[in-house]
Design a protein around this ligand. Structure first.
Ligand code: SF4
Length: 450
């Protein structure tokens, strides 16, 4: 048995703080393997090094694990220095000053560029992809004094989806109460994997293309426990795409209805057609708002991102949501592959057609390794082959003038409360809503139905 201190360094709380569910899942896996685990969340504890060092000396861990969620804000317009790895470097240094325990890095951000991040942070070991089994195997190996590789990738990364599991997160009472107070909702994962291949996205490289559902009863058990023990009645399903083609999401909804849970939930959807019966089931189970992976505003740009749907699908989905009086937020990126001045103008016209909804727009697309857009950026001469992507580089189609596009979007969105650009304007708005007591998604309060 080892003592393992797990740390979540994410302190981003805009638009709302997100429970460190990855750390909580790893905590369950380690505890199930017989280890003693403590979870330390920097958003809750603050960035005080003294406090962290006290926690380390009080627990005297054999290993320290750090779960990295984000590298940066993926927003080319961000006026603040939101490159999080520099504070992660400070964190590793502070840990080193307090303990000689090996430092293990994991998490979704780490998995995107493990070699570079491990090198930058100077940690001892890295776990790539889903970490439940991998970290237990690594610690076993180290305890048995076997030579272990500095970086270990999990079975999904190696193409073996059969052995991948997802366990129930180990909810910490103090953390749950903090997130309930600060964000008003809890995040729940029902499955892993994404079958799609969108040009900019790292999810499939991290989780694989095969969807693996958690047993839906286990998912709803977790929600029921959070409701009974902590009074949580609002949930965010953090699956990459909630409405999977296999219909696993419907089983979750059916169980919520059967158990008469009386909760609200939201999720990230794909604009796929849903019949009235499906909408009805989802609403009865508590669906109250949808965030939509719209991603681009016109067919040219959707094609360039390999979205495998067209703008008509987005329009139809939004109309169906309006009919059901469910507010939608569309996340849209401008400037991607194949975007031109004409397609930007067409896209802004298209977005004007979307009624009773929120639109949040981004300019440029963060280039990350293992994504098709990386290859495209090299081909278009925007990134040199082998160049580091650790610091943000954004893809802008060579066929647009980025400044002109920025001004055009700004001009189109101006003075409309449900059209947000640049993204930090939206965050400022959310902060205002938070300051007057609103919690949860918040943007849904800005959508009015006729
Ligand atoms: S953007 Fe969404 S749908 Fe596309 S590959 Fe990523 S997770 Fe899947």
């Amino acid at each position: 048995m080892s003592r393992v201190l797990l740390i979540s360094p994410n302190t981003v709380s805009d638009p709302y703080p997100v429970y460190p569910i990855g750390m909580a899942i790893i905590s369950t896996a380690l505890a199930s393997a017989g280890h003693e685990v403590r979870q330390y969340d920097l958003l809750v504890e603050g960035r005080s090094e003294d406090r962290l060092k006290e926690a380390i000396s009080g627990f005297d861990p054999h290993y320290v694990g750090i779960s990295l969620r984000n590298i940066d804000s993926v927003d080319s317009c961000d006026p603040e220095d939101n490159w999080y790895l520099s504070s992660d470097l400070d964190l590793v240094r502070a840990i080193r000053e307090a303990t000689a325990a090996p430092v293990i890095i994991g998490g979704s951000a780490f998995s995107v560029m493990p070699e570079e991040i491990l090198g930058y942070l100077g940690a001892d070991y890295g776990v790539v992809g889903e970490g439940e089994r991998t970290i237990c195997g690594l610690i076993d190996g180290l305890n048995e004094k076997r030579p272990m590789p500095r970086i270990t990738a999990n079975s999904v990364r190696n193409g073996n989806v059969e052995t991948a599991t997802t366990c129930s997160p180990c909810w910490e009472n103090g953390l749950v109460d903090f997130y309930k107070q600060e964000s008003g909702m809890m995040n729940i994962l029902t499955k892993r994997g994404c079958p799609y291949r969108c040009a900019y996205c790292t999810y499939p490289a991290i989780e694989g293309h095969v969807i693996r559902h958690r047993p839906p009863d286990d998912v709803v058990d977790d929600m029921e426990k959070l409701k009974i023990d902590h009074g949580i009645d609002t949930f965010y399903f953090t699956d990459s795409v909630f409405n999977d083609e296999e219909g696993g999401y419907l089983k979750v909804a059916e169980i919520i209805v059967r158990r008469e849970m009386d909760i609200k939930w939201t999720a990230f959807f794909r604009p796929a057609r849903m019949d009235r019966e499906t909408w009805s089931l989802l609403k009865r189970s508590g669906l109250y708002a949808i965030e939509l992976g719209t991603d681009a505003s016109n067919d040219t740009a959707l094609w360039g991102l390999n979205k495998q749907f067209c703008f008509d699908d987005i329009y139809d989905f939004n109309e169906a949501a309006v009919r059901e009086r469910i507010p939608c937020a569309h996340y849209v990126m401008f400037g991607g592959p194949d975007e031109t001045e004409a397609s930007v103008n067409k896209g802004l016209h298209n977005l004007d057609l979307l009624r009773n909804c929120m639109v949040l727009a981004f300019s440029g697309i963060r280039v990350l390794p293992s994504t098709p857009i990386h290859g495209r950026a090299i081909k278009d001469g925007l990134v040199a082959e082998g160049a580091s992507l650790l610091e943000p580089i954004y893809y802008f189609s060579p066929d647009i003038d980025a400044q002109k596009m920025y001004d055009t979007i700004l001009n189109s969105f101006q003075r409309r409360i449900n059209r947000i650009f640049p993204p930090f304007d939206g965050l400022a708005l959310m902060r205002k809503l938070k300051s007057v007591g609103y919690r949860g998604l918040m943007w849904n309060r800005l959508v009015r139905f006729d």
